[in-house]
Design a protein around this ligand. Structure first.
Ligand SMILES: O=C(O)CCC(=O)C(=O)O
Length: 311
């Protein structure tokens, strides 16, 4: 259970008071939807009860048209194009060999240099967070054709919000990113995962549940974690993970494991259930990187902590 201080919404709001430039993105949409919020106010799915699920979302052309209009898409091989065209149906797309060996080597070198010079260190056990803010090479990888493709998939201009680099498997339990990086209307985010070496069954491959993006978005109310006007919910993250594990069984979902080759990219939908397999062989690394993108046409926030997202 979270401590009282960590649950206090006022402390987050006080921090956010000094972040106007990075939080102002939500203001026009709050206004459009008639939500009486400041840029620093707590925000969560509770605030959207009573709004139409698509309220405020600009209409977009169908996926096939959006992709066809995207130059980065037109340069892709046929297999990658077909996978992207099936994104709405599958909840993911695989782009084999999207990054060539030289690009992957540059990314690995750049991360190693950040680590060697102590410009970055591990957080949350095994994650190098936000390396793209410190490495032009890593930023370019996330900004390249990848952001254009994610924008086409979302139907809205995507902003690179976060990068995470791994040297070992994340071993993260199955989850939907929408509990962490949330939007209103739902679905305004996507992620692109990059294999920075060949992935084996024993170095903690990514796993995912095809089609799970069509399930409801499970948010705070679904595991009694809504909190109050003053406090965020008191549930540990493990309770969310247990809830999702229950849904996987209840819905009879079939897990797939992504045995990627170096340079392959896997783009997933905001609500695709995914995670990391156990990293069984400590002699192997699992060099990989994931970029999380938000659409600026949506309210962008963090459901668990009920904070607006710092873009
Ligand atoms: O890389 C992995 O194993 C999983 C990463 C993940 O779940 C995420 O970034 O949301």
């Amino acid at each position: 259970m979270l401590s009282f201080l960590r649950r206090l919404k006022l402390s987050y709001a006080a921090y956010n008071l000094f972040q106007r430039r990075r939080l102002a993105h939500n203001l026009p949409i709050y206004q459009q939807l008639g939500l009486r919020k400041s840029y620093f106010s707590p925000i969560s799915s509770r605030d959207f009860v009573g709004l139409a699920p698509t309220a405020g979302r600009p209409a977009v052309p169908p996926l096939a048209e959006r992709l066809a209009a995207c130059p980065a898409f037109r340069q892709l091989p046929a297999a990658s194009q077909a996978s992207l065209r099936a994104f709405d149906e599958q909840g993911f797309a695989v782009l084999p060999g999207f990054f060539i060996a030289g690009e992957v080597a540059g990314i690995n070198q750049s991360l190693a240099e950040l680590v060697r010079t102590r410009k970055i260190s591990l957080r949350y056990r095994n994650k190098f967070m936000f390396a793209f803010r410190k490495s032009a090479t890593i930023a370019a990888a996330g900004e390249s054709g990848l952001r254009a493709l994610v924008s086409a998939v979302l139907g809205h201009e995507a902003t690179l919000f976060q990068s995470i680099n791994f040297l070992s498997g994340s071993e993260q339990h199955t989850h939907s990113d929408s509990i962490h990086m949330s939007t209103f209307p739902l679905g305004g985010m996507a992620a692109a995962w990059v294999a920075l070496e060949d992935i084996t069954p024993d170095n903690g491959p990514l796993h995912y549940y095809p089609g799970s993006h069509k399930l409801p978005y499970y948010l705070n109310a679904d595991y009694q974690n809504e909190g109050t006007d003053w406090l965020i919910g008191d549930k540990d993250y493990a309770e969310y993970e247990a809830f999702i594990a229950g849904q996987v069984i209840a819905q009879g979902l079939q897990k797939q494991v992504f045995l990627a080759r170096k340079g392959d990219v896997f783009i997933w939908h905001a609500n695709l259930l995914h995670g990391g397999e156990p990293h069984r062989d400590p002699a192997q690394t699992r060099k990989s990187m994931v970029f999380h993108y938000f659409s600026r046409a949506h309210i962008c926030y963090h459901e668990i902590t009920q904070r607006p997202a710092l873009l």
